[in-house]
Write a protein that binds this ligand. Structure first.
Ligand code: SAH
Length: 225
């Protein structure tokens, strides 16, 4: 199942998903729904960058970097950034945006699925990626990311709450839902259990709720033994 799911996600982010998301993650005019998603996503970025503080001299892996919304500011802040994404369209666009901003800092882009990433980084970030995968697969992905992170792991997921499940069901009645990939919600308690098993301490959990954008950001550090 996982290969199928991934193939669907890759195809989506190289075609209709690319068109949709590179607009949302940009400044061009978008519709009301997309504007709300853009705002929510920007709040997530602000929360992450604020929570990280100075990143000078740190190595950071941005797993599922999209158009580089996080990678570029992190590189500008003095981190050595390794940014990867399963979609070559996304990576190309990210590289273009980075160049357009004068290619600040030390930033390497790579087309690669996060499951096959190797290496060791001070910080691993993974924003708005897990929502595309069912829980078992999301857990495998988190476990892999955990192995790459020495000090800190930050990621977002869509929380599984009764209200959101209802909204999602209602949303399925609207035309246009078919244009999207499936969105999966995950129970926070289960993710937290996994994190503890992997040796992480959750330092903060931030809820970012905009209309049409509901995310939780978990900021974790290595548990001292
Ligand atoms: N993290 C970025 C982009 C979020 S959109 C940001 O917050 O701005 C989700 C991205 O995850 C897409 O660019 C998609 O191509 C990528 N993605 C999905 N599955 C992936 C996987 N298995 N490995 C790497 N990237 C993946």
């Amino acid at each position: 199942m996982s290969q199928d799911e991934k193939a669907v996600v890759r195809e989506y982010f190289n075609t209709t998903g690319f068109e949709r998301w590179q607009r949302i993650y940009g400044e061009a005019q978008v519709n009301r729904v997309q504007l709300a998603i853009r705002r929510g996503h920007q709040r997530t970025l602000t929360a992450i960058l604020g929570g990280l503080g100075s990143v000078k001299g740190l190595t950071i892996c941005d797993a599922g970097c999209g158009v580089g919304s996080l990678s570029v500011p992190l590189a500008r802040g003095g981190a050595t950034v390794f940014a990867t994404d399963i979609s070559e369209q996304m990576v190309e666009e990210a590289a273009r945006r980075w160049q357009q901003e004068g290619a600040p800092g030390d930033l390497t882009f790579r087309v690669q699925e996060l499951e096959t990433l190797a290496g060791s980084f001070n910080i691993v970030v993974c924003v708005d990626v897990l929502i595309h995968y069912p829980l078992p697969q999301a857990e495998v992905m988190l476990t892999h990311l955990s192995q790459l992170a020495k000090d800190r792991l930050l990621f977002t997921f869509a929380p599984q709450t009764p209200l959101l499940s209802l909204l999602k069901r209602v949303g399925n009645f609207f035309p246009g839902a078919a244009k999207a990939t499936r969105a999966y919600q995950h129970p926070e308690a289960q993710l937290r259990e996994l994190l503890v098993r992997l040796g992480w301490r959750v330092d903060s959990c931030t809820a970012i709720n905009e209309q049409f954008y509901f995310a939780r950001l978990l900021d974790c550090s290595r548990q001292s033994r």
